[in-house]
Write a protein that binds this ligand. Structure first.
Ligand SMILES: CC(C)(COP(=O)(O)OP(=O)(O)OC[C@H]1O[C@@H](n2cnc3c(N)ncnc32)[C@H](O)[C@@H]1OP(=O)(O)O)[C@@H](O)C(=O)NCCC(=O)NCCS
Length: 193
């Protein structure tokens, strides 16, 4: 769960490794049009795993209007008014995996390799610690070598690799890779819930 002050530091003004001035902040209701545009910039093969029909503008509008940050906290990175990256912290609010957050990452193709994910994941790690989480997980299609490399640079290690385990929207099977990261917190979260 988010605490009262977890998001107080946002919006945050920072610079990418190439000096580009950017802003980081949580998703807001007013973001629907720019979020839709950002999602459309992603190549189709990277979209095949997104479960919701993101080409549908109304679906994206609902995401922005009905955001539940305790469950799904999307952090955006903006260059001016344009969204150039998004990383979401997914939390389960109970059960035996309540201490484990799941993250998803997406960077605009024109802004890759410039620290967008590194900055967003760094912020999500801090938020996750605030929330009392102890571990983070990320799920990747085993063919996405760049994503695997990026996550390993960010501190994630492989936990499980299942060949031909997942099926994309075109009914093609792919390897499933689960990666994990230990947040090393010393809170009392496991006693709660
Ligand atoms: C994976 C993805 C999110 C990476 O985002 P990014 O903003 O380009 O990553 P960053 O620039 O922040 O790089 C983070 C680290 O990964 C490394 N990295 C990034 N792209 C890389 C590449 N093409 N080859 C090797 N290493 C790479 C960076 O060098 C950096 O490590 P370092 O600090 O040790 O140098 C982006 O490629 C993407 O959106 N892919 C499609 C969606 C996806 O597969 N998401 C992951 C599953 S949820």
């Amino acid at each position: 769960m988010l605490t009262e002050h977890t998001l107080d530091k946002f919006p945050l003004s920072l610079k990418l490794r190439d000096g580009t001035h950017i802003t980081v902040r949580p998703l807001a209701k007013r973001d629907d049009v720019r979020l839709h545009k950002f999602l459309l910039s992603v190549p189709e093969e990277e979209r095949l795993f997104i479960k919701q029909p993101i080409l549908n503008r109304e679906v994206v509008r609902q995401w922005c209007r009905q955001a539940d940050f305790d469950r799904n906290l999307p952090l955006l990175m903006l260059h001016g008014q344009k969204i150039i990256g998004e990383a979401t912290l997914h939390q389960r609010l109970g059960g035996w995996k309540r201490h484990i957050g799941l993250i998803t990452l997406l960077t605009h193709p024109e802004y890759r390799g410039r620290d967008v994910s590194k900055i967003l994941v760094g912020e999500l790690m801090e938020i996750a610690r605030h929330c009392g989480l102890r571990r983070l997980e990320a799920e990747v299609n085993g063919e996405r070598k760049i994503a695997l490399k990026t996550l390993s640079h960010l501190g994630f290690s492989p936990l499980m690799h299942l060949p031909d385990y997942v099926v994309d929207m075109k009914a093609v099977t792919h390897d499933y890779v689960l990666l994990g990261l230990n947040l090393k917190t010393d809170d009392e979260f496991l006693g709660v819930g």
